[in-house]
Write a new protein. Structure first.
Length: 259
């Protein structure tokens, strides 16, 4: 490793033999390599500005411009930190982050958003992001945030969703009610996860279809009612609960307290 690369890495991960995952004295991983950053941003001009600036900081930078591309790169390669835009073609940044965490990829993620609102920020953090910046942002602030994330490292910490005694573990694909495992199909799991990520809020059939099935789904929208019934028979009726509530003319709501 060159003296320049070594100095750059020390500036990012600190003195001593710390690696980006927080393990001091370890020779494993990328301890002798430049800090690696993945930038997932569909605005090519902005992506290039970020890439060039981080390269000037002495970092190794890869760029992807789509959600699927970012998901593939972050899953197949090892990075110290990921810069992830929310509004991406193919898959949103929210979905990319959710899928990374469900696959057990705990690389620190900083999300970029053109939206300014506490709910967007809360959604990002609930899905497993570590930090966020609202566009437009200062490059100096971006570098400072990334440096903090790299130094903090990436301990594996599954984001278990809970509504009362109803829990869903995206990483291990497990559902439980009152501590008892509940077996669900892949589609039922996806539907329940969507409802739990929006617990307390009314979500429409259209929102459910776009997020659980596909934005281009052209089948019978009543399929949502069918799967709502399946879930009720598994997570509610056997336990005398009513977590999934029908809001007539509007959609469905999963009670924040689990019913």
């Amino acid at each position: 490793m060159s003296a320049g690369v070594a100095a750059s890495r020390r500036a990012w991960v600190g003195d001593g033999d710390a690696d980006p995952m927080g393990n001091r004295g370890s020779a494993e991983g990328m301890g002798g390599e430049p800090v690696r950053v993945l930038v997932v941003e569909d605005e090519t001009a902005l992506a290039e500005v970020i890439r060039a600036g981080l390269v000037d900081e002495g970092l190794a930078v890869d760029v992807q411009h789509t959600g699927p591309g970012g998901l593939w790169a972050a899953s197949e390669n090892t990075y110290d930190v990921v810069v992830l835009d929310i509004m991406l073609p193919g898959l949103s940044g929210y979905e990319v982050c959710r899928q990374l965490r469900s696959r057990g990829v705990w690389t620190p993620v900083l999300m970029l958003t053109a939206k300014e609102g506490e709910y967007d920020q809360a959604d990002a953090l609930d899905l497993g992001a570590d930090d966020y910046l609202t566009k437009p942002f200062s490059f100096v602030v971006l570098v400072a945030r990334l440096r903090a994330l790299v130094r903090r490292g990436a301990p594996a910490r599954p984001v278990v969703l809970a509504a009362g005694d109803l829990t869903l573990d995206p990483a291990r694909r497990l559902v439980a009610r009152a501590g008892q495992p509940v077996r669900v199909t892949a589609r039922e799991f996806a539907l329940l996860e969507f409802l739990m990520r929006h617990r307390g809020d009314v979500v429409s059939k259209t929102q459910i279809i776009e997020n659980v099935w596909d934005a281009h789904f052209d089948g019978d929208p009543n399929i949502v009612e069918v799967y709502i019934g399946y879930l009720r028979r598994k997570i509610d009726q056997p336990f005398g609960r009513s977590a999934i509530q029908t809001e007539r003319g509007m959609g469905y709501r999963l009670a924040s307290d689990g019913g």
